[in-house]
Design a protein around this ligand. Structure first.
Ligand code: BGC
Length: 732
């Protein structure tokens, strides 16, 4: 290969940037970039396109009537709420099949950053506040997609937990928090599922840009974890980063790529600031993936994946992601409540399938709750439906007029509208029950706000209270559906609603999936993968979460809500250390709206016969779960471990394993087995730069959620164990 050819291989090709040697959108319109084509050597491009809630490509192409829609699956947070790795793998298979059949080679997903703070605008793409479940779910997703012979890109590596000023923000944290929380999920998914590629993050970590950090990409990712694929950077345009440093660090592919970067590579080799060995290594790593890609093998893709079959997978997955938060006096399932529904809330009529930005999917349709109710034979109050349908049209027009980017990036949820007392009163007198949907969507480039976003808006509270009062006065029930992207205020709902159902952003089959659960056709079995604080200000991160409502946000001119507040947006101090999410709330006994791992069912489960047996390397635990109720259901069991006193300071307990039963019929039991090795029990000791599993007695808890322990056991680690690692990415 000539030097010029090598330089081409490390530069991404996209419509917007590196024009000389290819343009991925010529192969697949709407894809994000590709690797270079070098005809002389028979090297074909490998096309990269976004995810993770499904494949993101353009749905229409010039000169043809054919459409290229993709299936919108539930968002990452929802998928994780299923706690079902088999289900996630299956979703991955369907997504991977669309990737393959639309001629794409690598899907830019999954996203698996941690939910450090509920306001992070991209939390919806990510899985949890806990790295263990994040890693396991990501691994299942990668296995599923890659089973189809295409690749994935786990992202954004690493410590990318806010969107504000995302290209110029330094995450400052202890090595312990870095290793135990922010890298742990990646470590699990990378070791267990071998993603073809990894995408670095925009932000810096302790002063080192992720994409320029040799400590991150070579010392940790490759040398410690044995990663063999290639690394690409998040879409950093030329000039923003140091080209030569990126290649030196082990960030192989510079995406989206530019002519300037190509010249910089050549120049750096010529002036000796980049060694040809480093360049060769990057080229080799990229080529090893290119030759695995379907396009390289001449795969004849159909451009016609089986969208109907995938819609079924999306619907079934969405039902299992639903978390039932409240169900007073068995309000649900609906049987016997009558067929006339007062359907409130603008999102009932404009259900939100997913988030915005690169994670949004160009789907053929979204089933809203109105459609879902109708297909189950319910009559929706006509006046309400006319009122809200008109409001939906008006609000969409206003939104796009104000901000045309929504037409491209996928628009955000519509703000709730005021509704007259008269419409509420009429519905309460005529209809049999009320359903209210509260919607929240957000996405790439912008973080959420505490007020009017995490916290309910005045209009929402007013509507909820009026509908609740009117229906309750008439002796009728009120059901609230949370069509939300992530943790949002729910405390005020508890007194107003008889049932609260959180369906997240459930993908294109949302309205059907919700009705499958409301009707009792499916029994909800999802559980929260994050804690829901009573108010945003109960988090321990709010003082160290950046926001900038005045200046240019990451999307620059597309920043939508000017407000006269601004905090430091150039670095984030992770002062809370390892006390993120339940590690903080549970350890410090902070009262929550709902704890980590929480979720109800239409049936009840009894746990019995907990056992814990030491193995050569850790322990194996078992518990028997029996369905003691009247309907079939699945139960998620979480295994928490409390470490012995002494040694490093530890959270009250940590999730170290989980399992989900199959569908248990009434009276049926299943014994779940959990294997935990000594390394999984380890904490990170910064002073010695090593992982340590202390000797002593570990308490093992089998729990329905972190606050609901149903069985326990003990494990004795006879000898302390330690694993030395590189002393890198130190806090400055
Ligand atoms: C996003 C990535 C995405 C990439 C390509 C970036 O702005 O942060 O998640 O994969 O664009 O579209």
């Amino acid at each position: 290969m000539t030097l010029e050819e090598k330089a081409k291989m490390v530069i991404g090709c996209s419509s917007s940037a590196f024009t000389g040697y290819g343009n991925s959108t010529l192969y697949v319109p709407g894809s994000a970039a590709s690797t270079a084509m070098i005809e002389r050597l028979g090297i074909l491009p490998s096309v990269l396109a976004d995810g993770p809630a499904g494949l993101r490509i353009s749905p229409r192409r010039e000169g043809t009537e054919q459409t290229y829609f993709c299936t919108a699956f539930p968002i990452g947070t929802a998928l994780a709420s299923s706690w079902n790795t088999e289900l996630v793998e299956n979703v991955g298979k369907s997504i991977g099949n669309e990737v393959l059949e639309y001629g794409v080679d690598v899907l830019l997903a999954p996203g698996q950053n941690l939910h450090r703070d509920p306001l992070c605008g991209r939390n919806f793409e990510y899985y949890s506040e806990d790295p263990y479940i994040s890693g396991k779910i990501a691994a299942a997703y990668v296995r599923g997609v890659q089973s189809q012979g295409v690749g994935t890109s786990v992202k954004h590596f690493a410590v990318n937990n806010a969107e504000t000023n995302r290209k110029d923000n330094d995450s400052r944290l202890s090595q312990r928090a870095l290793r135990e929380l922010y890298l742990k999920g990646f470590e699990i998914s990378i070791k267990e599922s071998k993603p073809w590629t990894v995408m670095t993050a925009y932000n810096a970590i302790n002063g080192q840009q992720s994409m320029e950090s040799r400590e991150l990409l070579t010392d940790i990712l490759r040398n410690e974890w044995g990663y063999e694929g290639y690394v690409m950077c998040d879409w950093a345009y030329a000039g923003l980063r140091n080209t030569q440093k990126e290649i030196w660090a082990g960030n192989d592919l510079l995406t989206p790529g530019s002519d300037q970067q190509y010249n910089e590579v050549l120049e750096a080799i010529k002036n000796g600031s980049l060694s040809e060995t480093d360049l060769n290594n990057s080229v080799e790593r990229i080529l090893r993936i290119v030759v695995k890609s379907p396009r390289f093998h001449g795969y004849k893709y159909s451009d016609k994946p089986d969208l109907q079959a995938h819609a079924k997978v999306a619907r079934q997955a969405a039902t299992e992601c639903i978390v039932l938060l409240e169900n007073k006096d068995n309000t649900l399932p609906l049987s016997g409540n009558g067929k006339n529904v007062g359907l409130f809330g603008i999102s009932s009529y404009d259900f939100i399938a997913g988030g915005t930005g690169s994670g949004s999917v160009n789907k053929a349709y979204t089933i809203n709750l109105l459609d879902g109710l109708k297909s189950y034979g319910y009559n929706v109050n006509n006046k309400l439906s006319e009122f809200y349908t008109e409001q939906v049209t008006k609000s969409i027009e206003a939104l796009i007029a104000k901000n045309p980017i929504y037409a491209y990036l996928g628009r955000t949820s519509l703000s709730e509208v005021s509704i007259s007392d008269k419409l509420i009163e009429e519905s309460a007198s005529q209809d049999d029950f009320a359903v209210i949907t509260l919607g929240r969507s957000n996405g790439e480039g912008l973080d959420r706000h505490a007020f009017d976003d995490y916290l309910l808006t005045g209009i929402e509270k007013n509507m909820l209270s009026k509908v609740s009062t009117a229906f309750h006065k008439a002796g009728k029930k009120v059901i609230v559906i949370l069509n939300i992207s992530g943790a949002t205020e729910v405390e005020p709902l508890k007194g107003l609603a008889d049932a609260i159902v959180c369906c997240w952003l459930p993908g294109q089959e949302g309205g059907n999936a919700v009705m499958d659960v409301l009707s009792g056709k499916e029994n909800p079995s999802g559980k929260l993968t994050m804690s829901i604080p009573i108010t945003y200000f109960d988090t321990n991160t709010y003082d160290n979460f950046p926001y900038d409502y005045t200046g240019p946000a990451a999307m620059g001119k597309y920043a939508v809500t000017p407000k006269p507040e601004r905090k430091n947006v150039h670095y984030i101090n992770y002062d809370e250390g390892i006390y993120v999410g339940y590690r903080y709330y549970h350890t410090k006994n902070v009262k929550l709206s709902y704890p980590f791992g929480y979720g109800l069912s239409y049936t009840s489960f009894q746990y019995s016969n907990p056992t814990v047996k030491a193995t050569k390397d850790g322990f194996t635990a078992t518990i028997t779960v029996k369905n003691t109720g009247k309907v079939a259901g699945k139960e998620v069991v979480q295994l928490y471990v409390t470490a012995p006193d002494g040694g490093l300071d530890k959270p009250a307990c940590e999730l170290k394993s989980f399992g989900k039963t199959k569908l248990l019929q009434p009276g049926q039991s299943e014994t779940l087995t959990f294997n935990v090795d000594a390394y999984t029990l380890a904490s990170f000791n910064e002073a010695a730069s090593q992982w340590e599993t202390a000797a002593g007695d570990y308490k093992i808890y089998f729990a329905a959620n972190i606050e609901d322990v149903r069985g326990s056991g003990a494990y004795t680690q006879k000898k302390a164990q330690a694993w030395k690692v590189n002393n890198v990415l130190k806090k400055q």
